[in-house]
Design a protein around this ligand. Sequence first.
Ligand code: ADP
Ligand code: MG
Length: 274
Amino acid sequence: MQEAVIEVSKVSTRFGDHVVHSELDLEVRRSEIFALIGGSGSGKSTLLREMILLQRPDSGSIRVLGADLQELGDDEALALRQRWGVMFQHGGLFGSLTVAENVGLPLREHTGLEDALIDEIGAWKLAMTGLEPEAGAQYPSELSGGMMKRASLARALALDPELLFLDEPTAGLDPDSAGGVDELVRKLRDLFGLTIVMITHDLDLLWQVADRVAVLAEGKVQGVGSMSELSRMDNPSIRQFFDGPRGRAAQEQGKRQADTQADTKSEKPPSKPK
Ligand code: ADP
Ligand code: MG
């Protein structure tokens, strides 16, 4: 088994009287595509924010890339932040900067590279995410939803991170743009060995791209596994996801897609009947 890149143990988080996480445990392994699902308000974004040092749990420990987040000094925190990239739900690009300037920003802040080299690396990251070179000169307000997500991803990749966090990477996209994101996420893992943690409701991402999915409910992870493994679990919170009218339709759709995909996936051939 691959080593753990993120280890969350016994994490509890409260806002006033409201308990969001209650001794929650979770492990993400190197080079896997890991998804977090759960109802609205179940604490997915809060957990993600805790993993990237934007928020602290009330108790418990989180280790990321071997470092205990509670014990970090300022310099160590700064160094660690450069080893992960984050794509926020609403893009988080600076509206007053062009796309190219946004993508170059982490390089300008954290490396001593010359401008010409920064421009070149930025252009390469934009290309990696499937944007045309002309998009670099545009401002975020001029971009479509899909382009905005890609530009935000290019910025998250600027410093060649080992770990990538995506909060709802396909939310609000039309099916065509969303489909492109599926391929892109898989490509980033396959080509660069990136570990990817994403929060998503997107059934295509969950069934076709995620290696393991964790279901958050009532402050804890209720189950972890591939979607087809989860779909066979008895836990009531997990059943709720699959057995609601929407869930059932999704499950059927997911199975069909998984079957179609099994024919084309080279790394995981379908098991042969005896
Ligand atoms: P999810 O991403 O799963 O929808 P969140 O992690 O955003 O859920 O939020 C979990 C719960 O914590 C929600 O009930 C939300 O209202 C609450 N919450 C999140 N952030 C704060 C905050 N800064 N102050 C107070 N309550 C918060
Ligand atoms: Mg959220």
